[in-house]
Design a protein around this ligand. Structure first.
Ligand code: KIV
Length: 264
């Protein structure tokens, strides 16, 4: 549990000393519950799938992400807060800078995250040079799921593993403060973590990363469309909430709610 705001330097200093725990949040209600309990809160574009009911993250817009980032930041005082730049918002250097600056000016976030490969190095460099604290999301990149033909685990083939390690090193040289490694073979994610001096946060990337992140609605059992292998469920949210909802409905039907104390 955090007793004060986790700064960028404090987050980076955790590497090799203490594992980083991260979770997503999309609104002030959840941020209020998670703030200070986790090191990092991510306003992930996964919100398009869990909160928005879509089959991919591709439809998220900058305006939507800013709306959610503002809601989350209003209830986040201690955890380090990162927001996702959505698909298409950093396709060129010019767009990336314009949109990143919009995020920075409109939301009280600590950093931004982009899904990138070495082909985006120039854009990553330009964002960092402009003073944006940037996390590079590598490996399985959900924003590329149509291009990849689905959500495909990375690093199984030797050349792919080598490319991922090289990509991570180049991202560090370009100035990112950390890496999110998604859907990468555990051994390769460990090698990446050992090859860079910035922290790595993994999802579906094994225990060797410097930290772990889960999508909150997966971890707490509110999203049940499908459950990826890497998700561990810590709570049966849907069942718990439905049971409470049924109690409410029953009380209404049986005139047990409201009581005299709950009336004027
Ligand atoms: O959008 C998101 O929630 C993510 C996850 C991989 C953590 O980027």
């Amino acid at each position: 549990m955090l007793d004060k705001k986790l700064t960028l330097n404090a987050l980076k200093n955790k590497k090799g000393k203490e594992k980083i725990a991260a979770i997503t949040a999309y609104d002030a209600l959840m941020a209020n519950i998670f703030d200070g309990e986790v090191d990092v809160i991510l306003v992930g574009d996964s919100l398009k799938m869990s909160f928005g009911g879509q089959n991919s993250t591709l439809g998220a817009s900058v305006d939507e992400m800013i709306y959610h980032a503002r809601a989350v930041s209003s209830a986040t005082q201690k955890s380090f807060l990162i927001a996702d730049m959505p698909f298409g918002s950093y396709d060129t250097r010019k767009n990336a800078l314009k949109n990143a600056l919009r995020f920075y000016k409109k939301c009280e976030i600590d950093a931004l995250k982009v899904e990138v490969g070495v082909d985006k190095l120039e854009i990553v460099r330009a964002l960092c040079a402009e003073g944006i604290a940037l996390m590079a999301h590598i490996g399985l990149k959900p924003q590329f799921m149509r291009f990849d033909g689905g959500f495909k685990v990375k690093g199984r083939a030797e050349n792919e593993a080598r490319e991922l390690i090289e990509c991570a090193k180049k991202m560090e040289q370009a100035g990112v403060f950390g890496l999110l490694i998604e859907g990468v073979v555990a051994d390769v994610a460990s090698q990446i973590t050992q090859s860079v001096s910035v922290p790595t946060i993994g999802i579906g990337a094994g225990v060797g990363c410097d930290g772990q992140i889960l999508v909150w609605s997966d971890a707490f059992g509110f999203f049940d469309k499908f459950q990826p292998k890497f998700v561990r469920r810590y709570f049966n949210g849907k069942e718990a909430l439905q049971s409470a909802l049924r109690s409410y409905v029953s009380d209404v039907k049986n005139e047990k709610f409201p009581s005299q104390n709950e009336s004027y």
